[in-house]
Design a protein around this ligand. Structure first.
Ligand code: ATP
Length: 343
């Protein structure tokens, strides 16, 4: 189903402008993530799509050309998955998944067929007759997902569905969720504040900031062509290189970098993976701290620019804290972006 949002804004009675006028078009079967820091309006936008919150006048929410702006949550035919599973603890997996179908007054055979279908899809066969209390957190979240898709919703809305799980399980379920959502083929909107999660799961990511969609695109497009420093910081952890800019050169405390283009009035950022340790490099730095992370070392470096910057270093050994070294950064790896007021 295609979802078309036009002029969606939300001002709460206390005057809080949670959402500024927002337009968004989501294609059939597309998975879009709403990503952004706490309080940027992600949940408000999701709740408006669900029909749990009323937008300001002038908004329109269209499901496949049908105007649902004034429809209640019950009639919109959406599926929802929340951080808290909101399952019936004493009912079996099967009972939980079939509950919504019973409410729809579907026949016994139809209910059984649909429940079996999603149980197989969500790989819950072995747990189908267990009570919810006898399941792990990951299994409970799969039941919540199965229950949401069983009634064949027009759109699936997920609000931080993985954030109650521990780190290891979260990573595992993230990949599984990405596969499952594609198997369902349902249009889905996924709210998260976790960059990795958004990139792993979504076809397109809408990065939100202060009630606005700051940029929307595929994870790769956002990483390669961030529109602003905020996006570059949020997607791929870019760090600002402070210094004096004169045409296409950046004069930092540790040395001078050639820029790919004139950058006056802009800010220059770099990502940790683009900083090289290079004895002949143009920038001097001192190692503040070294963290070994298995696949690479993460070096905290002072003296190159105003603040501390981080570099990823692969190899069998790394410099030590206190070492002086030199860095190079390929000029095409530098991000030259419009300077913006930081919030
Ligand atoms: P989080 O990740 O912390 O859940 P979010 O991006 O989902 O944040 P929202 O919950 O959409 O953010 O909230 C957006 C803004 O609207 C916040 O400033 C919040 O304090 C405010 N807000 C939310 N609900 C209300 C309300 N009922 N009345 C007044 N302000 C509200």
């Amino acid at each position: 189903m295609t979802l078309t949002l036009s002029n969606i804004a939300k001002t709460f009675p206390d005057g809080t402008r949670a959402l500024l006028p927002t337009d968004l078009e989501i294609g059939q079967g597309e998975i879009v993530s709403l990503l952004g820091p706490s309080g940027c309006g992600k949940s408000t936008l999701l709740r408006i799509i669900a029909g749990l919150e009323t937008p300001d006048a002038g908004a329109s929410v269209m499901f496949e050309g049908e105007d649902v702006t004034r429809q209640s949550v019950e009639t919109r035919r959406i599926g929802m998955v929340f951080q808290s599973y909101a399952l019936f603890p004493n009912m079996s997996v099967r009972g939980n998944i079939g509950y919504g179908l019973k409410m729809q007054k579907l026949g016994r055979a139809e209910i059984d067929a649909r429940v079996n279908e999603v149980i197989a899809l969500c790989r819950l066969d072995a747990q189908a007759d267990r009570a919810i209390t006898a399941l792990s957190g990951g299994q409970r979240q799969r039941v919540a997902l199965a229950r949401a898709v069983a009634p064949r919703p027009r759109v699936l809305l997920l609000d931080e569905p993985l954030s109650a799980l521990d780190a290891a399980l979260r990573a595992e379920l993230r990949d599984e969720l990405a596969l499952l959502l594609r198997e369902f083929g349902i249009t889905a909107i996924f709210v998260t504040h976790d960059q990795t999660e958004a990139m792993a799961i979504a076809d397109r990511v809408a990065v939100m900031r202060q009630g606005e969609v700051a940029q929307i695109g595929t994870p790769e497009a956002l990483y390669r062509n961030p529109a602003t420093g905020f996006i570059a910081r949020f997607i791929g952890d870019a760090m600002p290189l402070e210094g004096r800019i004169e045409a296409d050169r950046l004069y930092m405390p540790g040395g001078v970098l050639d820029l790919p283009k004139s950058a006056e009035g802009h800010e220059v950022l770099v990502r940790p993976e683009d900083i090289r340790l290079d004895p002949d490099g143009p920038v001097a730095a001192r190692v503040e701290a070294v963290t070994f992370l298995g696949t690479h070392y993460r070096l905290a470096l002072a003296g190159a620019t105003q603040g501390v910057i981080f570099a990823l270093h692969t190899g069998l050994s790394a410099p030590r804290p206190g070492d002086d070294l030199r860095l190079s950064i390929a000029s095409e790896a530098l991000l030259i972006l419009p300077r913006e007021r930081t919030a």
